[in-house]
Design a protein around this ligand. Structure first.
Ligand code: ZN
Ligand code: ZN
Length: 213
């Protein structure tokens, strides 16, 4: 993007010059420290196969892992990335993810598609940017395998309700896939996307909402 080249590079966290997220602020990003739920990646008090969070819902994916907790600082970062149109932040997010999470073993990297109401407004799609940057690092192919569908039952629902009841259609099936999204919130999106994909799905996100106990 021409605009990216013209704008001086400043750290989105501290305002320092040089890069979009300076080394100090990158290191200072919070971590999701183990033990984590083997299934959904929620921080737990001791290692479990299914945390209370994932026992309470349907989960079609094999595992979900995130690089950072979705706290206030990360929220600001994600906001600049998604709403501020700072494409370079996808590369920064990918670096943090690749640094902190093991390379998944899968056939292909794919991503949660923009919902049918949002895609045209935002011109670019953070989950796809992150997926493409990660696929490059992991040396895996990247493909858009999912479309968001407008379910008849969703008509008349608020945007928040639509987002908690997402529906997807897969354009192709693969034995195993890494499903990338920017933020894991309740797991409803990841579940619906994994269900549509079929096969073994490992979910990888930049950030994850963490419930206060
Ligand atoms: Zn900084
Ligand atoms: Zn869990």
């Amino acid at each position: 993007m021409l605009l990216d080249l013209l704008l001086p590079r400043r750290c989105v966290a501290c305002g320092g010059g040089g890069s979009l997220l300076c080394a100090a602020c990158c290191t200072a990003l919070p971590t999701l420290t183990p033990p984590l739920c083997a299934l959904c990646g929620a921080p737990v008090s001791w290692p479990v196969e299914r945390s209370p969070e994932s026992v309470a819902r349907r989960i079609a994916f094999a595992s979900a892992r995130a690089a950072v907790p979705y706290d206030d600082e990360v929220r600001r970062f994600v906001h600049r990335w998604k709403e501020g149109g700072l494409r370079g932040l996808a590369a920064v997010a990918a670096e943090v993810v690749a640094d902190r999470l093991p390379r998944p073993d899968a056939d292909v990297v794919t991503f949660v598609p923009p919902d049918v109401w949002r895609s045209r407004r935002r011109g670019h799609h953070p989950a796809e940017q992150l997926a493409r940057a990660l696929a490059e690092r992991w040396r895996l192919p990247c493909a858009g395998l999912l479309h968001a569908t407008a379910d008849r039952r969703q008509r008349g629902l608020s945007r928040a309700d639509r987002q908690s009841n997402p529906t997807f259609r897969a354009v192709a099936t693969v034995p195993s896939a890494v499903l990338v999204d920017d933020v894991y919130t309740t797991g409803a999106t990841a579940d619906a996307a994994a269900r549509a994909l079929g096969g073994r799905v490992e979910v990888v996100t930049f950030a994850r909402a963490v419930r206060r106990a």
